[in-house]
Design a protein around this ligand. Structure first.
Ligand SMILES: C[S@@+](CC[C@H](N)C(=O)[O-])C[C@H]1O[C@@H](n2cnc3c(N)ncnc32)[C@H](O)[C@@H]1O
Length: 471
């Protein structure tokens, strides 16, 4: 990693900047948290090396589950009612199963994983490794398909994504506000981050994700110029196409010297290892509807990491899963409202119909509607530093920005007698600088387990600060 990038890093465990020594081992000199490398990729999780233990455990679980799946297939093969044709198909499935399993083990081993069981992690599923396997194929394999290159290139998702993102970015590119430090959050296997890096040629692009398989494959292809191999199983069982295909994964595009300024990083978006105001462009591709968090949290992360006047580019659909509460399934209109409350201005916005997961193996996939939006953060940071004073109760119909967005500071609430004396310990935090999130983090360690600090603060505000007289 470059010196410029190390200068931006803060310890995700203690928050200290410039404290992580990166040679020979990755250790925070302030809190002694030990981090680790996966190949050449820094892994900066607040749990330090325990994250590596978890991944190694998941690798061991993957091997075990692979053996169990093969055993189950063998039981089916021995079933008395299987016809000769079914036997042939099951044998092919078993063959593919072993090929895939061996390729995956080889991929993980050569990326630096070691299979080591640890009962402490028994409740974790190895699916977290494999959930976005197809993105690896789409990013780096499917381009090489002869059919793809011959036929209609509408389904070339990588090309479509890059063109659309450039279209959304166009207003700032045409006025030469070219970004110099770019962060991708949820970069996956890295293709879009690399393609955009090759066009914009910024000082650096950081491609951050917490999926070690995707990040290490992307990094090996881009930074090391390796060719890797991965199997795709034909999910359609019609029988008239190949049952599987082995894709070579390569990164053939881009000027080689740009590889030195594209940096993969394994970290958690919610505990970022970067100092405030580190980036001038943050991109979240296909992220907001799968990140399992309230998008208000993402706005807080983005606002913190952007320089004043920096840009956030979101590109992806609104296909929220059932793990999102209804309240958090925000539309583009609600997100724009939040952004305005956070003093961003919307620079550009477009919807696109795009192909998704169109594999050349099956020649099928789906079409998604994605939202490309570019928002510029405020040039002034005063709304984050001090919220000033407020001497009234709040009209429940016009909630202030700091109640809607819990990362914004709460004004000093100066109306006399607003809070009863017994709450003085909590209300002393309301000093114009702390946000609801800040106060949550102060009081949470002192609460019995199962009690949510956020609920307590909102209840306090509702009871004493919000005027609900006409309810
Ligand atoms: C739908 S995938 C999209 C990947 C990539 N942007 C693309 O377009 O191919 C979402 C990505 O977000 C990553 N992700 C989800 N939550 C994350 C978190 N808290 N921190 C870092 N990455 C996260 C996942 O690992 C996954 O790679």
């Amino acid at each position: 990693m470059s010196k410029q990038l190390w200068d931006l890093i803060v310890c995700p465990a203690c928050g200290m900047s410039g404290s992580i020594k990166h040679s020979p081992s990755l250790t925070c000199q302030n809190c002694s948290c030990d981090f680790f490398w996966l190949g050449n990729i820094p892994c900066l999780f607040p749990s330090g090396r325990r994250q590596q233990d978890l991944w190694n455990h998941l690798f061991a679980a993957l091997i075990d589950e692979g053996q169990q799946a093969a055993a189950a297939l063998n039981v089916e093969l021995a079933s008395p009612d299987v016809s000769a044709l079914t036997v042939e198909r099951l044998k092919n499935t078993l063959h593919l199963h072993w090929l895939t399993q061996e390729a995956m083990v080889e991929l993980l081993q050569s990326s630096g994983f070691r299979p080591v069981k640890n009962v402490a992690y028994d409740q974790y599923s190895m699916n977290s490794f494999l959930i976005y396997y197809h993105l690896m194929l789409r990013d780096w394999g499917w381009d090489s398909s002869a059919a793809w290159q011959r036929e209609d290139r509408r389904f070339d998702e990588n090309r479509v994504a890059l063109e659309n993102v450039l279209q959304v970015l166009n207003p700032i590119l045409s006025v030469s506000e070219r970004p110099s430090r770019v962060l991708f959050i949820g970069a996956g296997a890295g293709r879009l981050s690399w393609d955009l890096h090759c066009v914009l040629k910024p000082e650096m692009t950081v491609a951050l994700d917490f999926n070690p398989l995707l990040v290490s494959v992307g990094a090996r292809l881009i930074r090391n110029g390796e060719t890797l191999y991965a199997y795709e199983k034909n999910q359609e069982h019609s029988g008239d196409g190949p049952a599987f295909f082995q894709w070579p994964l390569t990164c053939s595009e881009g000027e080689p010297h740009l590889r030195d300024t594209w940096f993969p990083m394994l970290a958690d978006a919610w505990i970022m290892p970067f100092a405030a105001q580190s980036f001038d462009l943050i991109v979240t591709p296909w992220f907001i509807d799968v990140m399992h968090r309230d998008c208000k949290d993402l706005i807080a992360v983005v606002e913190k990491l952007l320089i004043p006047g920096g840009h956030w580019l979101n590109y992806g659909p609104f296909l929220y899963g059932n793990d999102f509460s209804e309240r958090c399934k925000y539309t583009s209109t609600e997100l724009k409202d939040f952004l305005q409350l956070a003093q961003f201005s919307i620079v550009n916005e477009q919807f696109f119909q795009v192909p998704y997961n169109f594999s050349p193996l099956t020649n099928s996939g789906r079409v998604e509607r994605v939202w490309g939006a570019l928002a510029k953060s405020s040039l002034s940071r005063s709304h984050l530093d001090d919220a000033g004073a407020y001497d009234r109760v709040i009209d429940q119909h016009v909630l202030p920005a700091w109640m809607v967005l819990p990362h914004l500071p709460i004004p000093r609430l100066t109306k006399p007698g607003l809070f009863p004396a017994e709450l003085i310990n909590v209300t002393q935090f309301i000093n114009g600088k702390n946000s609801i999130n800040d106060i949550k983090s102060y009081i949470a360690p002192h609460l019995p387990s199962g009690i949510d600090a956020g609920d307590i603060i909102y209840q306090l505000l509702l009871d004493y600060v919000v005027d609900r007289t006409d309810e």
